[in-house]
Write a protein that binds this ligand. Structure first.
Ligand code: ADP
Length: 267
């Protein structure tokens, strides 16, 4: 844990897992996120919905430090992720500090992003061995367990190109979990799949959601899945949260006109 006394509060069990504080992100002159604030509790599963271009993926990429924050702060378990307050100054944290905190976050992408020249096993053990310092034997044993969980143990020595999209995505989920993240980010993980392959991937994620206490932030167009697994849904429009509610309320009885329009178009 950081000893930075300016981070919000000491680390406690009821401290939010994620704090987004006055977060802004610009790409050139395009302001994508503008003074965004929200928290995610430990073990909470939150779905981000909203029209294309409203900034949902950008939020996940900021949490993965794949994008640089233009303004504001992100805290993971009270530790600043990439920028910290020092008095009234905002300072960029050194890379080793950012890497230390970022290791708590894993992400599964729409396009799987498996290494094509490596086997399934090599894909999964790469980061645990090189980033976490696990032995190859330990990492392989964990890979076997994870492949069991996602129903692909028999594919351990296969190459990604010999797998279906749904199987590749399940390997990508196993790869993310191999890093034992506290937070799992899922960015439209079924959008690139043929419809008949979506079910298996969602089933694996349902299992992860219900059998672990991992904190999840999801961007998905699968509204039934979002309703089943999430505790809370945030509706985005133009880089801001315009409505938040429990899924049954958001999907059945939204209050904001923009949310009603959006849900009518996608449901
Ligand atoms: P969503 O996930 O809600 O569809 P995104 O976060 O992908 O929205 O994108 C929000 C806005 O940011 C869009 O206008 C998009 O064009 C812009 N954007 C995203 N990534 C980049 C980038 N790397 N460079 C420039 N603009 C980007």
């Amino acid at each position: 844990m950081s000893t930075d006394t300016t981070s919000p509060g000491a680390s406690t069990a009821d401290q939010p897992r994620i704090v987004m504080e006055d977060v802004s992100k610009k790409f050139g002159k395009n302001t994508v996120l503008d003074g965004l604030n929200f928290n995610v509790a430990r073990g909470e599963r939150v779905t981000l919905i909203g029209p294309s271009g409203s900034g949902k993926t950008t939020i996940l990429r900021l949490l993965m430090t794949l994008e640089d924050l233009t303004g504001g702060y992100i805290y993971i378990d009270g530790d600043p992720l990439s920028y910290a307050k020092r008095g009234n100054r905002r300072v960029k944290l050194p890379n080793n500090e950012v890497t230390r905190i970022r290791k708590r976050v894993g992400m599964v992408f729409q396009q799987f992003n498996l290494f094509p020249n490596m086997t399934v096993c090599q894909n999964i053990v790469e980061a645990p061995v090189h980033v976490l310092g696990q032995s190859k034997e330990e990492a392989r044993a964990k890979a076997v367990d994870l492949l069991d969980q996602v129903g692909l143990r028999d594919k351990i020595d296969a190459h990604p190109s010999s797998l279906s999209g749904g199987q590749q995505q399940r390997v990508a989920i196993a790869r993310a979990l191999a890093m034992e993240p506290e937070i799992l980010l899922l960015d439209e993980v079924t959008s690139a799949l043929d419809p008949e392959l979506v079910g298996d991937v969602l089933e694996v994620l349902r299992e992860v959601a219900t059998k672990t206490d991992i904190t999840m932030l999801l961007v998905t167009h699968e509204m039934q899945f979002a309703q089943d697994v999430s505790h809370r849904v945030l509706m985005f429009d133009e880089g801001r949260v315009i409505e938040e509610a429990k899924p049954e309320v958001m999907f059945n009885n939204p209050t904001h006109e923009r949310t009603k329009q959006f849900l009518q178009a996608v449901l």
